[in-house]
Design a protein around this ligand. Structure first.
Ligand code: HEC
Length: 245
């Protein structure tokens, strides 16, 4: 019994490796106040992700309003489901059972993914797919080993191949994928691709906490109010105490 517990503990670090926990992440530094970036992110999301992933805690109309897309434009260009109405939740029609068959598991809803995974993780993940013929879709991912999702942005990025390096695991040097390299066949060059992914991540962060946009502006009003209020209180105090001294 004791022995088994020891074996389990000995396995822990390798389990953590399997989840990709110790891959260094690139900083997203996305800007939630950049409306153009949010709009481009929404466009990319609807075109490249919404086929498999829903954003079912969001409504089309709210998204359009929050990030400044006119309702008509949203309806014409970003709502692909002919039965969906502008006030509907952003659900999609992929049945979970089918997804399990095609991809080995359902494509999770992405409304809150930026809160769960963090923006740096998302930014790194979407830039870390690489060719791996041993996988069902021919790709693997540096931060999400054995991922079930195909590299849906390949036409933008080009074909990414792995860059190998060595890492010391339990005192032993092992060969691992440390990064990727693209062949330049994508529609975007590498800076443009990074920017596109950043816009997408920006949109996903907004999506996970839509009130954040309002909260930031509200915060400035509150600070302004407090400053003015303090001045009034100081003046009042002076007025009240004038006769006492
Ligand atoms: C062809 C279907 C498909 C498309 C299109 C797709 N995904 Fe996925 N995605 C999946 C599947 C399936 C998984 C689950 C992978 C797994 O668990 O191995 C997944 C997983 C993810 C995850 C990890 C979720 C988590 O926390 O485990 C993220 C993030 C993600 N996708 C983002 C995106 C984004 C962003 C796009 C658009 C650029 C996109 N996906 C397009 C099928 C898809």
């Amino acid at each position: 019994m004791k022995k088994w517990i020891l074996v389990l503990f000995a396995m822990l670090p390798s389990l953590a490796m399997a989840a990709g926990a110790n891959v260094p992440l690139d900083k997203a530094n996305n800007d939630l106040t950049d409306q153009e970036s949010l709009q481009n992110g929404a466009k990319l999301f609807m075109n490249y992700c919404f086929g498999c992933h829903s954003a079912q805690y969001q409504r089309y109309e709210r998204v359009a309003r929050d990030i400044g897309i006119p309702v008509e434009l949203m309806k014409e260009n970003l709502i692909f489901d002919p039965n969906a109405k502008i006030g509907d939740l952003m659900e999609n029609a992929m049945p979970e059972k089918q997804a399990a068959q095609w991809f080995g598991g359902p494509a999770p809803d992405l409304t809150l993914v930026a809160r769960v995974r963090g923006t740096d993780w998302l930014y790194t993940y979407l830039r870390s797919f690489y060719e791996d013929p041993s996988r069902p879709f021919g790709v693997n991912n540096v931060v999400f080993p054995s991922v079930g999702m195909p590299h849906v942005l390949e036409e933008l990025q080009g074909i990414p191949t792995p860059v190998m390096g060595t890492k010391v695991v339990d005192g032993e040097e092992v060969e691992v994928v440390v990064g990727i390299e693209t062949d330049g066949s994508g529609e975007l060059n590498s800076e443009e691709y990074d920017q596109a992914v950043l816009d997408l991540v920006n949109f996903l962060e907004y999506s996970g906490d839509p009130v954040k946009l309002e909260r930031h502006t509200l915060g400035w009003w509150v600070m302004g109010f407090l400053v003015i209020f303090t001045i009034v209180v100081v003046l009042l105090k002076k007025e009240y105490w004038r006769d006492v001294h």
